[in-house]
Design a protein around this ligand. Sequence first.
Ligand SMILES: [Fe+2]
Ligand SMILES: [Fe+2]
Length: 286
Amino acid sequence: MPVSESSVELVNYPPAQITTEDGVINILQLTDPHLYLDPDTETAGINNYQSFTACLQQALNENIRCDLILLSGDLVNEVKPEIYKNIYQLLQQTRIPFVCIAGNHDVTDELDPHLPFSQRRFVPHEPNPMLLSNHCLALNEWRLLLIDSSVPGKIYGSVGNKNLNWLSQKLANSHHPVIIAMHHHVLPMGSAWIDQHITEDAEDFWQRVESYPTVKAVVSGHVHQNFESQRAGIKVYATPSTCYQFKPKSDDFAIDDQAVPGYRWLSLNKQGIIKSWITRLENKKA
Ligand SMILES: [Fe+2]
Ligand SMILES: [Fe+2]
């Protein structure tokens, strides 16, 4: 990725409201690009930067209007401000409103990746100021609630009391249909190693939100694979990474060489109904 020396002047960031004439809002979720300063860096045979931009371009070339881009964490794989500047610049060039939230890799540098996992060092960082938390975005009648589930120095996630209380306050005073976005998953994937790194207080999260019929969906990243389920009538989505994928249902860490990078569409209509699907890159080596 080319390094920009100049700071990015963000216009209308973060967006607070998006309205459309047809009453439909289409959200493009891109997640876990894990970008490096060096644009030639590859992970598991995939160039992280090229795969991210290929996903973005393919999605925006689809025959669907994109009203919002949601980048749901692990934007970087090394915590360096220059990478964020370039990501924001790239997104701003689309002229489509966008929002970004933190993942574990946005607040943790993982050192010594050549060593066994248990011997690596995890260095905590504060999240980049452009990563949003406790942000409510009005999308026609819908409300998108953005939560920072990252914990500096840790891989697992946590919603925490501050976010839980903010959620309660938003949900108690609203009749709007709601979608919640956070990086870490809130339902087990049936994959022992990744479920060690789940949102640790996921049960507290569920107890807080599941009694509200206005909550329609929770969307996450982090697990680098497609996942669609539900709990208490609330749809739960996780989404392939824009680069490498983890093998579903594997109890040990495993890359899924057969799975192609991808992204998710979430289409919110004026009846409060959500439709969602994933799309894979047509050319994995794009
Ligand atoms: Fe990730
Ligand atoms: Fe993650």
